[in-house]
Design a protein around this ligand. Structure first.
Ligand SMILES: CC(C)(COP(=O)([O-])OP(=O)([O-])OC[C@H]1O[C@@H](n2cnc3c(N)ncnc32)[C@H](O)[C@@H]1OP(=O)([O-])[O-])[C@@H](O)C(=O)NCCC(=O)NCCSC(=O)C[C@@](C)(O)CC(=O)[O-]
Length: 441
C-alpha cells in the first residue's frame, strides 16, 4: 500500500528582523552570519501568537486550501517543543481554534472523534509523529491523519543562539492518496542521551510568580522558552547521530552510496547552512577521503566535488531557512517545501525522484528515511507561493524586537493582525489559573 503526503501547508509569522541589523547591534560581523551561516531574516511571533496559534494557522490553511472534509481526519498529531502546558497538549488548543472557525460550515465539535496529541523530542518530534501516522494509515486503509510541526525558537538575548531564532508551522495530510510524495519503508535511527540542548525546569522564588496557592513551597520549578545549550557540542552531536542513522539506514538496503540516488538531501536546518556543513563527514566516508584533521575537513568542504554536490542537492532547500531561521520541528519540512517550490518555479520534472531526509532532534536522536515524488506533486505545491508569502511580511526594528523578546509589549505589533490569536490567560480564578483563550480575527 502507498502511504504519503496528500496535501501540505505552512505558516510563517508575519514579523521579521533583518539579521544584518541584529549583527550590527551585537557587534558581530554581518558576513559571519550571512555568508558563514546563511542567515538573512529571523521570523518572530507577534504578541498574540504562540505555538498553538501557529499550529492552528497551518491546520486551517490545509483544510481550506485543499478542500478537506475535517470529519475525515482521524488524528491530529503535533510535534512541538514549545508546549504551552505540561499536561494539556498544545494540539488541543489548535484543534479547538480550528473547530470554532469551521463551526459555521461543518457544525459544532467537528473533531469530536479525532485522536489529538503532542509528541516531543526536540526538533525530531514531528518526524516521530509522521512515522507514527504513516503506520496508522497502513494499519487502517482509507483513514487520514494530520501531522503538524509548530514551534518558535527563542534564545537568550545576546547569546550565541540569538541569531538562530525563528518560528512557524507546517501541516501535512498523511493518507493512502500520496499526491505530493510517497514514503518508502526503510528508517535508519540513532539515539544517544546527551545534554547538547535542553529546556530543564528552572528553580525560582515563589514570590516571582503571581497568584500561587498560599501553601506553595518557597522555591518552585518552572519551564522557560529559552534552552540551555552548548552550540559547538550540539553541532557535534548532530553530526554523530546523522552519521549513525545514515549507517543504520544503509545497513538495511542494497545501495552502495544511497545519497547519490537522492534528488535532494533534506536536513533539519537549525540555520540555513547546517546541512551542508555536517554532511562533509559522510561525503568523506562514502568517497574514501581523509577526514581526521581540520585541514582534511576543510579540504572536503572546499573541494570541487563537494561544492557541485551542494549546488545540485542541498542549495535550494536552504533558501526558505535563510529567510525564516530555526522553526525547530518544522524546519525539516520547510527545507522540503523550499526545494520543491524552487523546482516548481523552474518547471523541473520531479516525478518519481527519490528524496533523502536527515532529521535530528537534540537530546538526541536522528532518523534517515526516503520518499518518492508523486505524479501530481505540482497540484499541491502550486498553492504555496512560498517565496511570495515570505516577501509580504513586516520588518520590525531592533528596539521592537527586544521588547517582543522580553514580553514588554501589551498590544500586537501588527496594526491589522488577522488570523488566530491569544485573547487572554486566566490569572485570577484558582480553578482555571493559566487557562488560555483564543479567537480568530
Ligand atoms: C549554530 C551555532 C553553533 C553557530 O555557532 P557560531 O560559533 O556562531 O558559529 P560557527 O563558528 O559554528 O560558524 C561560523 C561560520 O561562519 C564562518 N565565518 C566567520 N566569519 C566569517 C566572515 N567574516 N565571512 C564569511 N564566513 C565567516 C566560519 O568560518 C564558520 O563557517 P565554517 O567555515 O565552519 O563552515 C550557534 O549559533 C548556536 O549555538 N545556536 C544554537 C544551537 C544550534 O543551533 N545548534 C545546531 C545543531 S543542534 C540542532 O540542530 C538542534 C536544535 C538546535 O535545532 C534544537 C532541537 O533539536 O530542538
Amino acid at each position: 500500500m502507498k502511504i504519503g503526503i496528500e496535501a501540505a501547508s505552512f505558516y510563517v509569522p508575519k514579523l521579521y528582523l533583518e539579521i544584518r541589523e541584529l549583527a550590527e547591534k551585537r557587534g558581530i560581523e554581518p558576513a559571519k552570519l550571512e555568508k558563514g551561516l546563511g542567515l538573512h531574516k529571523m521570523a518572530l511571533a507577534d504578541v498574540h501568537e504562540d505555538a498553538a496559534t501557529f499550529a492552528a494557522e497551518s491546520l486551517y490553511k490545509l483544510i481550506a486550501d485543499y478542500d478537506i472534509n475535517p470529519a475525515e481526519i482521524s488524528r491530529i498529531y503535533l510535534g512541538t517543543e514549545s508546549a504551552l502546558d505540561a499536561a494539556k497538549p498544545t494540539a488541543t488548543f489548535a484543534m479547538q481554534m480550528v473547530e470554532e472557525k469551521l463551526e459555521e460550515k461543518f457544525g459544532k465539535r467537528i473533531f469530536k472523534n479525532c485522536d489529538v496529541v503532542d509528541l516531543t523530542f526536540a526538533c525530531v518530534g514531528a518526524i516521530d509523529a509522521l512515522q507514527n501516522c504513516i503506520d496508522f494509515c497502513k494499519a487502517n486503509p482509507g483513514k487520514k491523519a494530520v501531522v503538524i510541526a509548530a514551534d518558535y525558537a527563542k534564545y537568550e538575548l545576546a547569546s550565541s543562539g540569538e541569531y538562530t531564532q525563528g518560528g512557524g508551522s507546517v501541516a501535512l495530510l498523511v493518507s493512502d492518496k500520496p499526491q505530493l510524495l510517497e514514503f518508502e519503508n526503510t528508517w535508519g535511527v540513532a539515539t544517544e542521551s546527551v545534554f547538547d540542548f535542553f529546556k530543564p525546569r528552572r528553580i525560582i522564588e515563589k514570590s516571582a510568580v503571581q497568584n500561587l496557592p498560599e501553601n506553595s513551597p518557597e522555591k518552585i520549578e518552572i519551564f522557560t522558552d529559552e534552552p540551555v545549550f552548548d552550540g559547538q557540542y550540539s553541532n557535534q552531536c548532530y553530526q554523530n547521530r546523522i552519521r549513525e542513522a545514515y549507517e543504520h539506514y544503509k545497513s538495511q538496503i542494497s545501495s552502495e552510496k544511497p545519497y547519490e540516488n537522492w534528488r535532494f538531501l533534506i536536513f533539519h536546518l537549525p540555520y540555513a547552512f547546517h546541512g551542508k556543513r555536517v554532511f562533509t563527514e559522510l561525503f568523506a566516508i562514502e568517497n574514501n577521503l581523509p577526514f581526521d584533521t581540520l585541514d582534511d575537513q576543510k579540504a572536503v568542504a572546499k573541494s570541487e566535488a563537494y561544492l557541485k554536490f551542494i549546488n545540485e542537492k542541498i542549495e535550494t532547500s536552504q533558501r526558505a531557512s535563510s529567510e525564516i531561521g530555526n522553526m525547530y520541528t518544522a524546519s525539516i519540512f520547510m527545507a522540503l517545501f523550499s526545494a520543491l517550490q524552487v523546482s516548481f518555479n523552474e518547471n523541473e520534472d520531479l516525478m518519481g525522484k527519490e528524496i533523502g531526509f536527515l532529521a535530528y532532534g537534540s537530546g538526541s536522536k536522528a532518523k534517515v528515511f526516503t520518499a518518492k515524488i508523486s505524479e501530481n506533486w505540482k497540484e499541491i505545491v502550486e498553492k504555496w507561493r512560498l517565496f511570495e508569502v515570505l516577501k509580504q511580511r513586516q520588518e520590525i526594528d531592533f528596539e521592537t524586537y527586544e521588547k517582543l523578546h522580553r514580553k514588554q509589549l501589551k498590544n500586537s505589533v501588527q496594526e491589522s493582525n488577522s488570523g488566530f490569536g491569544l485573547d487572554r490567560i486566566e490569572m485570577e480564578n484558582p480553578l482555571s489559573y493559566g487557562a488560555r483563550f483564543y479567537s480568530f480575527k
